[in-house]
Design a protein around this ligand. Structure first.
Ligand SMILES: C[S@@+](CC[C@H](N)C(=O)[O-])C[C@H]1O[C@@H](n2cnc3c(N)ncnc32)[C@H](O)[C@@H]1O
Length: 478
């Protein structure tokens, strides 16, 4: 892949951070309706595409739907990274998102240091066959914070760009024209954002990988599409399917390569305005630090490879290199995950899929007791005991298989830890005192997992907290 091509681009002028002034788009972002009437479509008139019209404003209070360019956390004019080592992001966001970001309690908190007593745990160096990557400079423990980093840029995620474009462009555009116009428009906005970036960030940005060089993305937007991490907060209401609306591009985090059996996990933390990565397996000095770029790590190898096509590489991780071992094991894990998701409904005396509300045809619930008979007298206690027993066995098996498969950093692993703990809790409540130690062991494991991997503060943690408060208020055990 060609590198260094960006140096020639005329967008890379003098660095000018404009921290306290806000640049606002004037009029609709994607109104190219006049051009769409041209015979031959937009292709013919690429140079005539409207560039975003921007006006400077000192106002800090913007209408909810206005698209603005702003630095967050805001900085003094001409601030440098030497003055503000935690950094800041040049953002292209709505007035609504800016309000949401800045109203998070504690914003902008200082970044946590990985471990002040120990040397920096990573370096960015060449990774054979993968360009550049992040490598451990010392042993890193399970759960340890590897890096907390603020984005250099925050821009609309691709699904949000599409939602905006669908609204703003003329109806008679073909899909290809629409895509072309989106790309052109985003590239123009990226040029303005880039020119606002601090000089050191500009240099780092230019060096990031671009796997969208030949699809019309434009050099700056191509880099953003290759290196963006979804920011799990501040969603726009017009984004279909409640998908994350924003994406962040990072100096170091964006260098982390993919593995289907990753050793690090990430979470967005709103008060510090940073993305945080923790080791989800012990990592040895010299080992590459990897994350997953895709969903569904228990999917078959071919599905995972398909999901990676937009990144233009073929994964060669342990699982992708040994599909004959990995695929059947992953299939079994998936089945166990489905099984443990079922709950026993004592009113119906049946196992229910909580998502579909349908009964599972498993036969009788396992275990001893009078609840075994389908039409027996309904006995909530017995049903709960059996539900616990039934949950423990598949969950333990799933955990073991996940460890063998190298998936013990995944959210499914946490889910199974919870299921085992719940299982032991329910059998203990029924008087099986000998299970006390087992319960303690698994609850401790689950809580330790949560302490590290659920420590970030974002929309998800707020939602979980609300649900917990709601169920406590209703007198239900949280
Ligand atoms: C976000 S960048 C990661 C950093 C990048 N390697 C670099 O040099 O800056 C994503 C790109 O890295 C490369 N990459 C990531 N994971 C890889 C892997 N497992 N094998 C080969 N290439 C990989 C691909 O080119 C991908 O498009």
């Amino acid at each position: 892949m060609k590198r260094g091509f960006l140096n020639k681009h005329n967008a890379f002028g003098k660095a000018s951070t404009q921290p306290n002034s806000v640049i606002k788009h004037e009029g609709p972002l994607f109104d190219l309706s006049a051009l769409s009437k041209e015979v031959g479509g937009l292709q013919k008139v690429m140079d005539a595409f409207a560039s975003p019209k921007v006006i400077e404003t000192k106002s800090l209070d913007h209408p909810e739907d206005a698209w603005i360019l702003t630095a967050l956390p805001s900085q003094a004019k001409d601030a440098t990274l030497a003055d503000v080592p935690d950094g800041w992001a040049e953002c292209f966001i709505t007035g609504r998102a800016k309000r949401a970001i800045t109203s998070v309690p504690g914003f902008p908190e200082a970044l946590p240091l990985p471990d002040p007593a120990r040397p920096k745990p990573y370096e960015i160096v060449k990774s054979p066959g993968k360009g550049t990557g992040m490598f451990a400079t010392r042993n890193i423990e399970w759960g340890e914070l590897i890096i907390a980093e603020r984005p250099m840029l925050v821009i609309p995620a691709i699904s949000q760009v599409e939602a905006m474009a669908a609204k703003g462009f003329a109806k008679n555009y073909t899909l290809a024209q629409l895509r072309q116009a989106q790309m052109k428009e985003m590239e123009s906005t990226m040029e303005i954002l880039f020119n606002r970036m601090e000089r050191e960030y500009q240099e780092a940005y230019k060096k990031l990988w671009n796997c969208h060089e030949n699809d019309g993305s434009g050099p700056l937007f191509g880099i953003a599409r290759t290196n963006g991490f979804v920011i799990d907060d501040y969603n726009e209401p017009n984004n279909p399917g409640d998908r994350p609306s924003y994406s962040g591009i990072f100096k170091d985090c964006s260098r982390i390569n993919h593995s289907c059996r990753p050793n690090a996990d990430r979470a967005w933390d709103s008060p510090t305005f940073s993305l945080q990565f923790r080791a989800c397996k012990p990592i040895k000095k010299g080992e590459e630090i990897t994350i997953t770029y895709i969903e569904g790590l228990t999917e078959p190898t071919s599905n995972r490879q398909n999901q990676l096509t937009s990144y233009a590489f073929t994964c060669t991780c342990e699982a992708c290199s040994n599909p004959e071992i990995s695929d059947p094991r992953s299939k079994e894990i998936k089945e166990l995950l489905v099984l443990t998701a079922f709950t026993f409904n004592p009113m119906k005396m049946a196992w229910m899929n909580p998502r579909t509300g349908k009964e599972l045809n498993l036969g009788e619930p396992a275990g001893k007791g009078k609840g075994k008979g389908k039409k027996d007298m309904i006995d909530l206690d017995v049903a709960a005991t059996e539900s616990g027993h039934n949950m423990i066995e598949p969950a333990l098996k799933g955990l073991k298989l996940m460890e063998e498969e190298g998936l013990h950093g995944s959210s499914e692993y946490e889910y199974l830890l919870k299921k085992v703990s719940q299982g032991y809790l329910s059998v203990l409540e029924m008087g099986f005192k000998e299970k006390d130690q087992e319960l303690e062991k698994w609850v401790k494991k689950y809580e330790t997992y949560q302490k590290y991997f659920k420590s970030a503060r974002n929309a998800e943690s707020r939602r979980e907290e609300n649900e917990k408060n709601k169920s406590t208020r209703n007198g239900v055990d949280a």
